[in-house]
Design a protein around this ligand. Structure first.
Ligand code: OAD
Length: 232
């Protein structure tokens, strides 16, 4: 295969070594906060201050975090691989961009973006968002974090599905395979004949669907895999 098309899906595990907490590991974010309180539209309607505070804290942590060798290796892959590379992340931090990736699909939204719930305008989020902040476009007090909550539709699904249908290689890194539709990408990739690889510290829920599984820390497994693909 001369220049395979590659689709990469990343999850919280790739940012763990940069000091950002995962969701479902022991002591993870979902052990400390209830999903229905901080990651649903209903939770936001009930207690917007709690939700805005939760994402303000995460935005502050993400702003201080630095990318690790796994983020940097994926940026190198994007720059040096002759075929298509589509990097899809479930992460709302910007460590892929800080690591040098130019083109990242943030399917679950982004901490550094604010969204108007009234007119869908987006703008750069301040480090500390305020409840009821005005939308700079329509002036309605309906600013919210630009995060895809449970019950909402992930972003750019058409683009992701198109990339998956052309994929020769699909790799999932640091994701527990619990949250759909991302957890189902491996099935679509398998269906079109792509080679599928899981890279994780602990095997994900859907590991049996992958052709190959590589266990270990992302900062070690990902640079090694990128070296293999690039041949150097
Ligand atoms: P999880 O917290 O569910 O899973 C993190 C995965 O990373 C686990 O499989 C760990 O074994 C693995 N891991 C931990 N440290 C690692 C390391 N150093 N190297 C490699 N792997 C490591 O996070 P996600 O699968 O990303 O959605 O969660 C998916 C979605 O659920 C998130 O985007 C978020 C959450 O609810 C929303 O908030 C909408």
């Amino acid at each position: 295969m001369a220049s395979p098309s590659i689709v990469i899906l990343t999850g919280a595990g790739i940012s763990a070594e940069s000091g950002l907490g995962t969701f479902r590991d022991e002591g993870g974010l979902w052990a400390q906060h209830r999903i229905e309180d901080v990651a649903t539209p209903e939770g936001f309607a009930r207690n917007p201050q709690l939700v805005v505070d939760f994402y303000n804290a995460r935005r502050r942590q993400a702003a201080e975090a630095v990318p690790n060798a796994a983020h940097e290796a994926l940026a190198r892959l994007e720059a040096e691989h002759a075929g298509n590379v589509t990097l899809v992340t479930q992460n709302v931090d910007d460590l892929h961009e800080k690591g040098g990736s130019q083109n990242v699909v943030h399917m679950h939204g982004a901490l550094n973006s604010a969204l108007c719930a009234a007119c869908a305008h987006r703008w750069p989020a301040p480090l500390k968002m305020q409840v009821g902040a005005l939308c700079p476009k329509c002036a309605t007090p309906t600013a919210r974090p630009d995060i895809v909550w449970f019950g909402e539709i992930p972003y750019q699904m058409e683009r992701i599905e198109q990339a998956l249908t052309r994929a020769d290689i699909f790799v999932a890194i640091g994701t527990s395979g619990n949250v759909y539709p991302a957890a189902g990408f491996v099935q679509l990739a398998t269906h079109v004949g792509a080679h599928t690889v899981e890279m994780n510290l602990d095997p994900g829920e859907n590991v049996s669907l992958f052709a190959e599984a590589r266990a270990g820390k992302a900062s070690e497994t990902v640079p090694a895999w990128v070296k293999e693909v690039l041949g150097s």
